[in-house]
Design a protein around this ligand. Structure first.
Ligand SMILES: Cc1cc2nc3c(=O)[nH]c(=O)nc-3n(C[C@H](O)[C@H](O)[C@H](O)COP(=O)(O)OP(=O)(O)OC[C@H]3O[C@@H](n4cnc5c(N)ncnc54)[C@H](O)[C@@H]3O)c2cc1C
Length: 845
């Protein structure tokens, strides 16, 4: 998104209020197309001028009320008589450029140029409409409903008019009406124009190319543009049509599994809760056995189109496609965020958070997994997990790699000089740039690949479920199904209760239930089902099924302190409107360009800030977000996503007027702090209480301070100084009282305000041996104390990996499926002989 689009939006005067937040993209594009075309040529429509109060006469010969399809004609024709004064009164104002675009007609409804009438509810019709009422749009604008309509010109049947006359209205026969039809027509359709029924010299332009932008796109009246022979306008029409229709190809419904609405009375072998990064993997792998009936229950539906575009991932936040969670206010952190709470979005859609994430694919350090093994999950060392990482992916361009479901590809490089600047600066500080992080040991800088394919997101819901669902009748996916509780009978889970569209359902299970609802909702569901610390459950009045003290504890995340650097003050090239339009065009037509990437975000650094420690295990990770000068809309999307308070956003926007901004996310790789999750109530719709405990441990603060010092040094390198790099000072009342700007004390204060998440919540259903009183699941991911309940998602990580968490979560899904397959392998096979369906690859669909 860009400033150009916002500019164009304001140019249309906010007429399109009906467009939802999810449908802004194409209307904005069209508005931009219309805006620039018109701005650069001339407004083709000579709009009647509005008569001011003083110019209204005392007397008129005629007053016409309503400047709609009929009123405008009446007033026009009456003023043909020179001596007559005619007043035309219209409740609405001028048309906008957007109203000239035929395919935009639908967007105009319920906007401010529509009277927005609705029928009364009748109980017999309009039942599928909101409130059982039909919309009756009527234009409230010069031109009336002819401005809202779809511009189709049809006269009606001869019999209609003859009937009018027969009903006692002399001179309204078809023969009479035809005279006026012809009088009003300027028919440019060469096939009919000169027939006895049509005319070419009336007021109303009628054209075959109804998709063109308005009747005379290049001007008329007193400022005629050079005449055209139709070739160019034809091309423009094709272009506009193509752009409009190409958005439909971005996310065809066929790439998602269908919503299962059939019979649920038969028990399933497996029920998987959540179709996120891990759940989609588990369900897909289990359904490879055609004898196993597998049900997936997902609280969200299909992802929005915007989920496909890497550059728009921040735009998904604070919408209905995310669970919009917020942390509790804290004295230590998040104070510069709205209400002093950090925003923790999780994906609520097929693909889960993997449908909303930044698509960076990073596996983690060998020591992360060896650490898990050392904590008692002996089968989870790096060497044990590596095959499951490998199994899940297809790195594009590597023909010898076995085909996995998730396609990996480098992001297209945008803003190349900024990438180079960062690499050069880091080089001066002795930090290497490597083509690829060495497997299992990430240090220095590298461009990480994306879970992306041809410029589009490759979530596990797309790769693992969408790609196979059609060919597997044993796999059912129910969308918009919120699981509210597990049914238990002693140590066995017998079924699952869920709600869909306000209706409660129950399904039974014969083998395992797998919870893959993510690091917040998995523990929340366990607690609601009576599995968790008994004291907490009793406080909420939830009957205790199993006292499991660790549920909701051990909450970890990669806390981030973002530092903003100003670059090239006064010299920075601003973002141009044309570049924005080019970007939209490139994406829609070629799936390339800035929207197919997210600028410098794929350039990732793992820095060991502690010179005295072992350098193979970095303690910070850095991400880089670049905002080109004047790209205010992108910055807004970012600050809104993070929930930064307006006063601070305003300062950053001000800086962006004359310099670029580079935001470096300093991410704490191994947090010592542990947060907690509790339920507020038994109500499944009430969000849990999330205590981050960010920056509550002094060693975490110390590491981040060193991380900030590293960025300060980076800003001082020659490479950065050549770009006039300077830390963007953001006035913070409390911190500005500290005498020394940028002292340790200052930065500690800054970090207290500028604290955000890197979205890597994990650990809340910890994996570990029985002997660990916090452990909730065994190393085969079975809930301790229960027979057939497993948890498989980011919540089982005993310690968060020192990387972005998606890749490891997909691996966890693969392992969970593998354990289950092993556990049930001995069973008698059914009619299909347990034949595993051959692997189908995401690239095949
Ligand atoms: C904005 C953002 C950016 C990120 N960027 C990156 C990145 O670039 N790289 C990276 O590696 N990681 C990234 N992450 C983190 C990564 O995506 C997550 O760690 C990972 O997706 C977690 O997977 P999961 O299976 O544990 O949970 P999720 O993927 O969140 O899946 C949980 C699913 O369960 C569903 N669910 C929840 N409760 C219920 C219920 N009661 N009933 C039915 N269904 C339910 C949810 O709707 C969801 O679909 C990012 C995350 C976010 C949010």
């Amino acid at each position: 998104m860009s400033s150009a689009i916002v500019g164009a939006a304001s140019a249309i005067g906010g007429a399109v209020t009906a467009a939802t937040s999810n449908s802004w993209f194409i209307p904005m594009l069209m508005a931009a197309v219309a805006y620039f075309q018109y701005e650069e040529i001339i407004d083709p429509e000579s709009k009647p001028s509005d008569v001011g109060g003083d110019d209204i006469l005392d007397h008129y010969d005629f007053i016409v009320i309503g400047a709609g399809s009929a009123g405008a004609v009446v007033a026009n024709r009456l003023t043909e008589v020179e001596n007559w004064n005619v007043l035309l009164l219209e409740a609405g104002g001028d048309e906008t450029e957007l109203t000239d675009v035929p395919l935009m007609a639908g967007y105009l409804q319920l906007s401010k140029i529509d009277w927005q009438y609705k029928t009364e509810p009748s109980g017999t019709s309009c039942l599928a409409m909101q409130g059982g009422r039909c919309n009756w749009p009527r234009g409230k604008v010069l031109g009336g409903s002819s401005v809202l309509n779809y511009m189709l010109y049809l006269r009606g049947s001869k019999h209609d008019y003859d009937n009018w006359e027969a009903m006692g209205n002399p001179s309204w026969s078809y023969r009479d009406a035809q005279y006026y039809f012809k009088k009003s027509e300027d028919n440019t359709n060469q096939y009919v124009a000169n027939t006895p029924y049509h005319a070419t010299d009336g007021g109303q332009n009628l054209s075959l190319d109804a998709a063109g932008i308005g009747p005379h796109p290049c001007g008329s009246g007193s400022s005629p543009a050079p005449p055209g022979i139709g070739l160019l306008s034809g091309m423009v029409t094709v272009l506009v049509q193509t752009l409009l229709s190409s958005q439909c190809l971005v996310s065809p419904a066929s790439q998602w599994p269908v919503d299962y609405v059939g019979d649920l009375s038969q028990p399933y072998d497996f029920v998987v809760i959540g179709a996120g990064s891990a759940g989609s993997v588990v369900a897909s792998r289990l359904s490879e056995n055609p004898d196993w009936r597998v049900l997936v229950l997902e609280a969200g539906g299909d992802p929005p189109i915007e989920s496909e575009l890497p550059a728009l991932f921040f735009g998904l936040q604070h919408t209905k496609f995310t669970w919009n969670y917020f942390t509790e206010p804290s004295d230590d952190a998040c104070q510069g965020m709205k209400d002093g709470r950090c925003y923790w979005p999780r994906g609520k859609m097929l693909g889960g958070s993997g449908g909303a994430n930044a698509m960076l694919y990073v596996r983690g350090n060998r020591r992360d997994f060896d650490g898990w093994a050392a904590m008692g999950s002996t089968g989870w060392s790096y060497d044990h997990v590596l095959p499951f990482f490998e199994k899940s992916v297809t790195p594009q361009g590597n023909a010898t790699h076995p085909k996995g479901y998730v396609t990996l590809k480098p992001f297209e490089r945008q803003d190349n000089d900024i990438h180079q600047l960062i690499i050069d600066g880091a080089h001066e500080l002795g930090q290497p740039y490597v083509e690829r992080f060495q497997e299992g040991s990430e240090t220095g800088y590298a461009h990480v690949p994306g879970t992306v394919r041809q410029g589009q997101r490759m979530s596990t819901a797309k790769g693992y479920l969408g790609a196979v669902a059609k060919s597997r009748s044993n796999l059912h996916v129910v969308k918009n199904a919120l699981v509210t509780k597990l049914d238990l009978d002693g140590e066995t889970v017998t079924g699952v209760k869920f709600e869909r569209a306000g209706v409660s359902h129950r399904v039974k299970v014969t083998k395992d239930v797998v919870i893959s609802a993510g690091a917040i909702d998995s523990p929340a569901l366990l607690l609601r089902s009576g599995i968790g610390p008994s004291k907490h459950l009793e406080e909420l009045g939830i009957p205790v099924e199993l006292d499991l003290p660790g549920v909701g504890r051990n909450l970890q995340d990669h806390v981030v302190v973002p530092i903003f650097l100003r670059l090239d003050e006064g010299q920075a090239e601003p973002m141009t409107e044309k570049a924005v339009l080019d970007g939209i065009y490139q994406y829609l037509i070629h799936r390339t360009g800035p929207l197919a990437a997210h600028s410098t975000a794929s350039l990732v650094a793992f820095i060991n800030t502690n010179a005295s420690s072992d350098s193979a295990y970095p303690d910070t990770e850095n991400h880089h977000m670049f905002f080109q000068r004047a790209d205010h809309a992108s910055l807004e999307l970012f600050t809104k996503g993070l929930s930064i308070q307006d006063q601070y956003t305003d300062v950053l926007q001000e800086y962006l007027k004359d310099s670029h901004l580079l935001c470096v996310f300093i991410l704490l790789s191994h947090p010592a702090a542990r947060g907690e999750l509790h339920l507020k109530s038994r109500d499944p719709k009430e969000p849990p209480i999330l205590t981050s405990n960010y920056l509550s441990e002094s060693e975490d603060v110390a590491t981040l301070m060193r991380g900030i010092r590293y960025i300060e040094s980076l800003g001082q390198t020659k490479a950065f100084q050549d770009h006039l790099a300077e830390i963007a000072r953001i006035p913070i009342k409390e911190c500005d009282h500290i005498e020394n700007y940028r002292s340790d004390e200052y930065w500690r204060c800054y970090a207290k305000y500028f604290t955000v998440t890197c979205y890597h919540q994990s650990g809340t259903v910890k994996m570990g041996p029985d002997s660990d009183h916090e452990a909730c699941v065994s190393q085969r991911l079975k809930v301790h104390g229960l027979e057939n309940l497993r948890v498989a998602d980011a919540s089982i990580m005993p310690a968060v990996v020192s990387a972005n968490t998606n890749a490891a979560t997909v691996m966890i899904g693969e392992r969970a499926a593998h354990f289950i397959q092993e556990d049930y392998q001995g069973e008698a096979v059914g009619a299909n002989g347990g034949l595993w369906v051959p692997h189908m690859h995401a690239d095949d669909f």
